[in-house]
Design a protein around this ligand. Structure first.
Ligand SMILES: Cc1cc2nc3c(=O)[nH]c(=O)nc-3n(C[C@H](O)[C@H](O)[C@H](O)COP(=O)(O)OP(=O)(O)OC[C@H]3O[C@@H](n4cnc5c(N)ncnc54)[C@H](O)[C@@H]3O)c2cc1C
Length: 369
């Protein structure tokens, strides 16, 4: 995997410049499609059969379905800028749901829409309900979709999306459906951090959903519904952890660059060691998912620990760079704003910590030999 890391590292200067511009003016998001990083992220999340003219840079061989490759790539791009990693056009998180749950026609339908600067969205969270899947209020009734979603990344600008909804009461009544963009009732929300990701509120007012747009229609309800949605969400968590680790590592290197003479008592080496340990946990969780043996407890541990480290590393950087550091170092100020989002993206930290705790009680946390 070293070459994927090296390719990402070479992209950092361009990604960092794009990230600063995106924070100043989120309308510059349209220009992200021209970045080599956007091509890389598209290829890493698209199976080769659906890539069209898009080729991985520098002759990299990417499966397009590997959670580990996606995690490594997102960490590398997020080292440059996390908002760019999340705001680039392409299949992104919904692509993982389509690859994991969709049949061949559905994959074709989804990926054929993404030939250039097209965004996608993944809509789970609802106003007043949050992202608790069992409380979903969005309904699929007589082939039409009704309901409201919020905090949906890239929602208002997307050409295709995956929407979680309810066809019937109970966990097996949950479905994920494919939609042609957000439709007319989408508006962007105001956020302090990750400004370029265009979090959106979307209302579905009877949008027609033909039967072939019910994701995983070839699977029995027991394997799509709640279980299928959970599987799709779990594949997104190591990549989000990767983004948090990229920011944590970048914060440590940023301090080294601006304070090269810091004594070892500053604790940067110790922090970098802990980042490496969590990276191992996250990579192991992603590789297990690739083998079809994902352990939800360890996925949660990696996601929660990576997000705590992004918080700790950016806070430590601000302390080490001095009392006015957030005013003096705009990159660091932006990272302090952006990293707050990781805590909530793909499940709040408390929920993941509860999952780890339950895994420890039941013996599911330790990897099976
Ligand atoms: C940058 C960003 C991007 C996002 N992108 C998307 C997207 O593309 N699509 C999408 O659908 N959603 C998206 N979201 C929404 C996100 O997934 C949810 O906000 C997140 O899952 C948290 O869920 P919630 O809002 O329901 O919080 P809640 O579950 O209401 O949690 C609120 C607080 O209460 C705590 N809490 C809740 N229940 C318990 C409990 N039982 N025990 C202890 N503590 C508890 C939580 O830890 C948290 O601190 C995004 C959010 C952010 C910040």
């Amino acid at each position: 995997m070293a070459s994927l890391e090296a390719v990402c590292r070479a992209m950092v200067p361009a990604v960092r410049a794009a990230g600063a511009a995106l924070d100043r003016d989120p309308a510059t998001v349209a220009g992200l499609a021209r970045l080599p990083a956007a091509d890389l992220l598209r290829c890493v999340a698209t199976p080769p059969a659906y890539r069209g003219g898009c080729r991985p840079p520098d002759g990299l061989v990417l499966s397009g379905t590997s959670c580990l490759e996606w995690t490594v790539a997102l960490e590398g791009i997020a080292y440059g800028d996390p908002a760019v990693a999340l705001a680039c056009p392409g299949p992104s998180l919904p692509g993982a749901a389509v690859t994991g749950l969709g049949d061949e026609d559905q994959r074709e339908w989804f990926f054929s829409r993404l030939t250039g600067a097209q965004w996608t969205f993944f809509a789970m969270t609802e106003p007043a309900k949050g992202s608790a899947m069992t409380e979903l209020g969005t309904r699929l009734e007589n082939g039409r979709l009704y309901g409201e979603k919020c905090h949906v990344m890239n929602g208002a600008r997307a050409s295709a999306g995956v929407v979680f909804c309810r066809r019937a009461p109970g966990p097996w009544g949950i479905e994920a459906v494919l939609v042609d963009g957000a439709g007319p009732h989408a508006e962007q929300e105001h956020t302090l951090g990750l400004r370029g990701t265009g979090l959106s509120r979307i209302r579905f007012d009877g949008v027609a959903i033909p039967p072939d747009r019910v994701l995983g229609r070839h699977l029995p309800p027991l394997r799509r519904g709640f279980a299928g949605a959970l599987r799709a969400l779990q594949r997104c968590r190591p990549p989000v952890a990767g983004i948090a680790l990229g920011v944590a590592e970048a914060a440590c290197d940023y301090v080294r660059e601006h304070r090269p003479a810091l004594p070892s008592s500053a604790g940067l080496a110790e922090l970098t060691g802990r980042i490496a340990a969590v990276r191992r946990l996250v990579h192991e969780a992603a590789a297990a998912l690739d083998r079809g043996k994902g352990n939800p407890r360890r996925i949660s541990a990696g996601k929660a620990r990576a997000c705590s480290l992004a918080d700790e590393a950016t806070r430590r950087a601000a302390e080490l760079l001095g009392p006015a550091s957030l005013a003096e170092y705009p990159w660091l100020e932006r990272m302090r704003r952006d990293m707050r989002g990781f805590e909530f993206l793909e499940g709040a930290g408390d929920i993941h910590r509860l999952s780890v705790f339950q895994g420890l009680l039941t013996g599911e946390f330790l990897p099976t030999p």
